[in-house]
Design a protein around this ligand. Structure first.
Ligand code: GLY
Length: 420
């Protein structure tokens, strides 16, 4: 796969690539729509000191119960303030999604060469500067690597290096060597909860380890990934959402928080695992991580049965017309598959499936019309159906991984925005 792609890139550079009316018009339309929407969003939220996450949505209790397969009177759901329904759900900087909008601006500016987008990206990224001393969550990787991490790669600066380094130290401070994992949440009923999503925060540790030479960050990431591999996965390679540990390192419980049931395959969780182990292989060259990523990818391709490859919110949700899709899970999966396709000799199957997802997300069913969707790029994602939170809403992280996936797709294909 690596050789085939390199040859394609060379040929594309030599002979030019398809014009915007041709093969890649869907890519150009996706990018142009994203840029329009990101700027539109800036107009809607500028000056508030908060970042966009999704849209505040109301829901029908009976519908949620039917999706969960439980009696409606067993649900105790809190509905949003009716005056706020339809408004953009803004997160404060300590929310786990705070890095995605700045990150999308960085990536969109990188793809298009429009550095005015980077000025905006800088403004929103700088809002997050106080996170350098925040220790209250494992999500520091999402928050700081998607924002400052993109900044560092595109406009290297010592001041940014300091911020990501301090954040990585704080994330590693949540690691318990006796358990072999970073603690995810500080709330809830669990003794020591570790969620599959936490695999996404390891990239920050790997990157800062390379920047500073601090090997302990690398070791922490590897140990977390190995412990998670041992305890989070079922024999069919689907994963539990939440595994909690006792203080002696034994497993206290395995279950879900945002999925349909303790034994179900919550869609975004499968995507986080796939992406996380793909990164672990990139950073370590450890074949066990590559095998894990491939096993998850093969499971995803087997289990997602929708014709457009955009999964329902949970792989075990009822297969009905009205069952909500999760475009965010699809976008994370597509971006991960682009990278995985270049890591194995038979990567074409991963590339083709990832391309199928990106094409679906770029269709009118998922891609917003310019000036609609409150400034978000993609429609139809779900934050947490069991909690009635942002069910069938746009989400900033769907937009982020969609753009990242398109950038990876273009790199593999050897196409640049100016040629589209
Ligand atoms: N990391 C939280 C989520 O995926 O919803």
């Amino acid at each position: 796969m690596i050789k085939r792609i390199s040859l394609f890139a060379l040929l594309a550079a030599a002979f030019g690539v398809a014009s915007c009316t041709g093969e890649y018009s869907w890519v150009k339309n996706g990018i142009d729509t994203a840029v329009y929407q990101l700027e539109y969003m800036d107009g809607a939220i500028a000056g508030q000191g908060k970042l966009p996450r999704g849209i505040i949505m109301d829901f029908d209790d009976g519908f949620i119960a039917s999706q969960m397969g439980v009696p409606v009177d067993s649900m105790k759901l809190k509905h949003p303030d009716p005056d706020k329904v339809g408004q953009i759900n803004l997160t404060k900087i300590t929310g786990w999604t705070s890095g995605f909008y700045p990150g999308s601006l960085w990536i969109a500016g990188d793809i298009t060469g429009d550095h005015a987008l980077w000025e905006k990206a800088s403004e929103y990224t700088n809002l997050l500067e106080p996170l350098r001393s925040y220790k209250g969550t494992h999500d520091l990787g999402f928050m700081v690597w998607c924002s400052f991490g993109n900044a560092l790669q595109l406009q290297p600066a010592d001041s940014v290096k300091d911020i990501v380094s301090e954040t990585a130290a704080n994330l590693a401070g949540r690691f318990n060597p006796g358990i072999g994992c970073i603690r995810s949440w500080d709330f809830g009923k669990w003794n020591y909860p570790v969620i599959i999503d936490n695999m996404m925060n390891l990239e920050l540790l790997f990157e800062v380890s390379k920047l500073t030479g601090d090997r302990s960050l690398y070791d922490t990431a590897v140990t977390h990934a190995r412990t998670t591999m041992a305890n989070h996965f079922r024999p069919d390679t689907t994963s539990y959402h939440v595994v909690s540990y006792n203080d002696d390192g034994t497993v206290e419980s395995k279950g879900t928080h945002q999925g349909r049931s303790d034994s179900s395959a919550w869609s975004r969780g499968q995507a986080w695992g796939l992406y996380g182990y793909t990164v672990c292989y990139r950073e370590t060259s450890d074949k066990a991580f590559l095998d894990q990523a491939c096993a998850i990818a093969d499971m995803v391709m087997r289990r997602v049965t929708t014709s457009d490859a955009i999964p329902y919110w949970d792989y075990d949700a009822p297969s009905l017309d009205g069952t909500p899709r999760d475009a965010s899970a699809a976008a994370v999966t597509a971006s991960a598959l682009m990278e995985l396709s270049e890591s194995v000799p038979d990567g074409k199957k991963y590339f083709d499936y990832g391309e199928k997802i990106l094409r679906s997300l770029s269709s009118p069913e998922y891609l917003a019309e310019k000036g609609t969707n409150s400034g978000f790029v993609l429609k139809h994602s779900v934050t947490s159906l069991p909690h009635g939170t942002e069910v069938d809403s746009p989400l900033s992280y769907a937009d982020y991984y969609y753009l990242e996936g398109l950038r990876r797709y273009m790199k593999i294909k050897g196409i640049s925005y100016k040629d589209l």
